[in-house]
Structures are given as C-alpha cells and as structure tokens.
Design a protein around this ligand. Structure first.
Ligand code: NI
Length: 209
C-alpha cells in the first residue's frame, strides 16, 4: 500500500538518518544487516504479473532473506506501508509491511512468508486505499476490521497475530497481491476501467520520457 504525505528529506542529514533507519529495520526484522540493499523497480498496473497467483515459499534461504531486505528498502523508499513480492516481479508468497504512521517513530517492519487469514471479524471498516503499483489513484474499500493472520517468519517459525486498524487493511491488501488481486478490483467497473485507462496513459508517457 502507498503511504501518502510523508517524504524523506534530501541532503546529507537524511542520508545518515536513512542508514540508521535501515540498520534498525534489519535488526527488528531479525535479518542480518547488509550495508548495500537494493531498491527494486515497482511494477505498475496494468501488468500480467500483478494478476498471477504467487507460489508458496518452501524454506527460508539466503535468497529469501535478501529478497525481504530489498522489499523493505523498496517499500520505505517509495514510501509505502506495504509491498508484496509480485509488485517487484517475484512470484513468491511474501509481503512486507510497516504501518507505523508517526514520522520519527521507531520502525516496526514485518516480513510475512506464506501468510494466511485464520479469522475475520464480522465488523467491517472502510479505508481509502492506494497502491504503489497504481500511483496517484485511491478508492474506498470495505474489508473486515480485524483479522488473525498466520505466517512463516524469516526465522522459519510460525507466527500469528491479530491485526486491526490500518494494519488489518494493509495485511489484506498485500495478501490480495499474492492472489493476483488489486484494490481496484473492489471498485465499480466504471471506476476501475477509468483508473486502468489513466494508468495505461501514464505508462506510455513514462516510456517516452
Ligand atoms: Ni498494493
């Protein structure tokens, strides 16, 4: 999901802050900190890769750890609050998220491998969602207000957590990406088609420049 209104500052100070930030992210995610992480290009809708179902991850390998690091770096750089592997062209069931909203607050990154929803609340909530693969477009989506999610962590163990608020919305949005579903698929067909046409135009303009 896209994070709106918060941008990294430019300049030396921001670079130093970013380095500390990255180390903290690595530490809290339980991954080894590498000084060089790679920001990967984010695939923009419409693209067939965003419509495919991603494959389960059999075990945590150094390649998966590296992928998770790059995904976190790419997400924070965007800036976003969630990113799924298919959005960078990797068809594996993994997403990352950090829905801490306050600027300057400690990061709380999560890396979720093979995530599944095990319970949803009857109560629903509506949030105006955005997506890093559909820049500048937003739409109201109604989803369960609370969910229980189970996943494999980078430690190879099973984790479970109840999410509410923005965390619940984001987790469901990112899980959808692993099943080839986008937030615009919840919108009325007219609105979805309008956004898709605008994105096609955006991509043509990007290709020309
Ligand atoms: Ni998204």
């Amino acid at each position: 999901m896209k994070r709106s209104k918060i941008k990294r500052r430019a300049g030396d100070e921001a670079q130093i802050t970013a380095r500390i930030f990255d180390a903290a992210i690595a530490l809290r995610s339980g991954i080894e900190y590498h000084t060089v992480m790679t920001i990967r290009p984010i695939i923009i809708h419409p693209d067939p890769r965003l419509k495919k179902t991603a494959a389960p991850i059999a075990e945590v390998t150094p390649a998966i750890e590296r992928l998770a690091e790059d995904m976190l770096e790419t997400m924070y750089d965007a800036p976003g609050i969630g990113l799924a592997a298919p959005q960078i062209g990797v068809m594996s069931r993994v997403f990352v998220m950090d829905c801490v909203k306050e600027e300057g607050a400690a990061p709380a990154p999560l890396v979720l491998l093979n995530p599944v929803i095990t319970w949803v609340s009857e109560a629903l909530s509506t949030y105006e969602e955005g997506c890093l693969s559909i820049p500048e477009h937003y739409g109201h989506v109604e989803r369960p207000a609370e969910i229980d999610m189970q996943w494999m962590g980078l430690d190879g163990k099973t984790h479970a957590q109840r999410f509410d608020g923005l965390w619940a919305t984001c987790a469901q949005h990112e899980l959808d990406h692993l099943n080839g579903k986008l937030f615009i698929d919840y919108l009325k067909p007219m609105r979805r088609q309008l956004i898709t046409r605008k994105m096609q135009k955006f991509k043509r303009e990007q290709a020309r420049s």
